[in-house]
Design a protein around this ligand. Structure first.
Ligand code: 15L
Length: 269
């Protein structure tokens, strides 16, 4: 059991879903975010830090006495290039460098399906280690995050796992998410596997539940000990009745990244 885990971006959607699920009696979660974090509940073993992942001194202090880092921090949606560069790309460097200086050997990085969003679904199951094909600046930042993770693993011998997360929400929200959904409980199972698997070196894995409509490989995640127990199919009727299926030729249906591949996601115009 990893005793003290630093979670960046802990006030975000995934961070919030993981806060209760990664809690354990013999573990302290050090939660860091620039946004306000709900105070500790009765008996909850958490330490709360308000800081940006781009703040080198704050990140160095946050890494003291930590056994592993789960880096979820950064913009989770498309933003103008300067913001992505600063928070997502530079911020990931700051986090990895702070972890290295503190002697932390295990880092789990939140990558995204948008690192490879322009792959067409028609090309078959998306394997592990798919070559980058980002759909946005956000997607580019996730490719950079993976590259930084690889560098820190190769150069410093750290164990770094980048998870290309599909869609981690309480429930799938549209037809695409019936394929890309990572249930919160499976998310916790996946993070636990990433924290405990012995000497993984550098890996890129998919973060997805074993959905009947799944597009992404589970092989590399399962090789680390992950076993999904959820399937979005239980929500299929409800989701399709509420949102329907987009037309077959729309980006939402053609690409792994869905609507992120449409012109309205171009922040340069
Ligand atoms: C992501 O990477 C986003 O952070 C999240 O908000 C979702 O949009 C998700 O991808 C997705 O593709 O569903």
């Amino acid at each position: 059991m990893t005793a003290r885990i630093l979670i960046t971006g802990a006030a975000g959607i995934v961070g919030t879903l993981m806060r209760t699920r990664l809690a354990a009696p013999d573990r302290t979660l050090r939660l860091l975010d620039i946004a306000p974090l709900p105070p500790a509940a009765e008996g909850e073993r958490v330490e709360l830090i308000t800081a940006s992942v781009t703040d080198e001194a704050a990140m160095e202090a946050a890494c003291e006495g930590v056994d592993a880092v789960i880096h979820l921090g950064g913009h989770s949606l498309e933003r103008p290039w300067a913001e992505i560069l600063d928070v997502n790309i530079n911020g990931t460097h700051v986090v990895l460098e702070a972890a290295r200086r503190a002697g932390i050997s295990r880092v789990v990085l939140a990558s995204s399906n948008h690192a490879v969003g322009y792959y067409e679904r028609a090309s078959g199951e998306a394997g592990d280690y798919l070559f980058p094909k980002p759909d946005t600046y956000y997607g580019v930042s996730k490719v950079a995050l993976e590259a930084l993770g690889s560098l820190y693993a190769s150069r410093y011998g750290m164990d770094v796992i980048a998870i290309r997360i599909g869609s981690c929400f309480e429930k799938p929200r549209d037809a695409r998410m019936l394929s890309t959904w990572l249930s919160p409980d499976d998310g916790a199972r996946l993070f636990e596997a990433c924290l405990s698997t012995p000497s993984p070196g550098f890996r890129i894995i998919w973060g997805v539940s074993d959905n009947k409509r799944r597009w992404f490989s589970l092989a590399e995640a399962e090789a680390l000990g992950y076993k999904s127990e959820d399937d979005s199919e239980v929500f299929a009727a409800e989701v399709l009745a509420a949102t329907g299926e987009p037309p077959a030729d729309s980006p939402a249906r053609v690409y792994l990244g869905g609507v992120w591949c449409s012109p309205e996601f171009d922040t340069a115009v």
